[in-house]
Structure formats: C-alpha cells, structure tokens
Design a protein around this ligand. Structure first.
Ligand code: ADP
Ligand code: MG
Length: 231
C-alpha cells in the first residue's frame, strides 16, 4: 500500500501533539485520581481507627497521608492542564482575572508593577486565569524568584493587549522557537513543559494571540491580545 506523506505547519503539529498528550493525560489521570481518592480514604480510616503502638508507626501513618495528598495535588494539576476543551465563557473583566492570577502567584521577593485597566471580555475566567498564572510563574522562575515583573494593559481599537515583562534569564533564539511546543522544558526536576502550550491553546480558543519576544540575560516579554467584548 502506498504510504501517504503529510505536510504540517509547526502550529498544526503542536496542536496535534497537544491534543494527543492531553487526551492521554486526561484518561490516565482520571483513573489515577479515583485510585488515589480510595487510598486517601484508607489512609484517613487507618489514622482514625488503628491503635498506634509506637512513634515509628505514627510517623509512617502521617507520611502515608502526606504522600497521598501530594499525589492527589499533582494529579489535579495534570487534570487541570488537560481540561482546556471545556470552556465556559462569561462576560468578565480581564483586569479582575489578572489580579487573581497575581494574587495566586505572588511571593514577597517579587514585585509586580502593574498598569491594569478595565477591559470587558467574553471569556472562561478560570481558564483565562490559568493563562496568566502560567506566564507569571515562568517569569518568576526566569528571575529565580527575585526582581520585578511588569504587567501593562492597553486597548487598541477592539483588542485588549496585555504585556508581561520580566528581567530574567531570557531565551536564546532556539529556545524561543520551541517554547510553545508541548512538553518542551529547559527546567529540571518535575517540570512538565506544558505551561505555554496550554496558555496558547486557551488564548486561541478565545480568538486571541500570544507572542513572545526574548533576549538572553535581558529578559522576556509575553504579549497576550484578546478581542474586547462587543455589546
Ligand atoms: N519568562 C521566561 N523567561 C525565560 N524562559 C522562559 C520564560 N517562559 C518560558 N520560558 C522557556 O520556555 C520553556 C517552556 O515553558 P513552559 O511551557 O511554561 O514549561 P515549563 O515552565 O514547565 O518548563 C521553559 O522551560 C523555558 O525554557
Ligand atoms: Mg512554565
């Protein structure tokens, strides 16, 4: 049989990859979540009903609950990441969404300078918050949790443009080219490399665009453009 060749753009390829990864993650983490839920109940039952006889047993039980909780959190993180398709759009103010994202990601060693303006959008507030949480988290990580992040909003005709700038490590051109690729990460440890990919999918589901400019050492600017609500 003749083998078919397909030509995809990088964007189409990333979309296909994203869909495959999120489908797998969604099925796998769903089952895992149920199993961990069961374990969590067992751990709770044991901690309440067992007559613990020594310190080691007590510590082991505490450790069991702690690990089960960690696992549960991690699985929820993965599930959230894949639930991009279910978007429930409402009329909301983008400024409030960004303020919530700032509140969720803030640490005392990072200053977030903001010039936010009211901007009515038709968006899923939870998903949109995730876009900005992912971008701010990357900025914080690029600055090793120290420094200033600037967030500006401006309206140009019927578009609300939000720019998030950091003075972190920046990206070399070859990293910049790949940063939206699903599961691309230059970070060690347990980075999943889905932050920008998810942000891009969400923004595009809202008919918007996300662009990045970056220079090594100088820093990175992420520009999110979204249509203003017409009414
Ligand atoms: N603000 C930033 N400054 C420097 N590099 C960044 C920034 N945002 C993203 N990157 C690069 O893009 C990669 C992908 O980011 P992301 O999709 O959020 O995955 P992760 O944060 O899990 O690595 C990062 O590993 C990093 O190399
Ligand atoms: Mg990230």
């Amino acid at each position: 049989m003749e083998e078919k060749n397909y030509i995809f753009t990088k964007k189409q390829l990333n979309f296909e990859r994203y869909q495959a990864i999120s489908k797998f993650a969604s099925i796998a983490s769903h089952d895992l979540k149920n199993a961990v839920g069961g374990l969590s109940n067992i751990a709770y039952y044991l901690s309440k009903s067992l007559k613990v006889e020594n310190e080691t047993q007590k510590k082991m039980l505490e450790l069991l609950s702690k690990e089960v909780n960690n696992l549960n959190k991690r699985i929820t993180e993965i599930l959230d990441m894949t639930r991009v398709k279910q978007v429930t759009k409402n009329n909301c103010d983008l400024k409030n969404i960004i303020l919530l994202a700032i509140a969720e990601t803030q640490v005392p060693t990072i200053t977030i300078e903001q010039n936010l303006i009211t901007a009515q959008v038709h968006a899923d507030p939870e998903k949109m918050k995730q876009v900005f949480t992912n971008i701010i988290t990357n900025a914080k990580e690029a600055m090793k949790n120290m420094g200033i992040i600037r967030i500006d909003m401006q309206i140009i005709s019927d578009t609300i443009i939000t720019t998030i700038s950091d003075s972190g490590v920046g990206m070399k051109p070859e990293i910049l080219e790949q940063c939206f690729d699903p599961m691309f990460s230059t970070k060690l440890a347990n980075a999943i490399g889905m932050g920008l990919s998810v942000a891009q999918q969400i923004v595009e589901m809202h008919n918007g665009t996300i662009k990045i400019t970056s220079e090594p050492v100088k820093g990175t600017t992420v520009i999110v453009s979204l249509p203003l609500r017409k009414d």
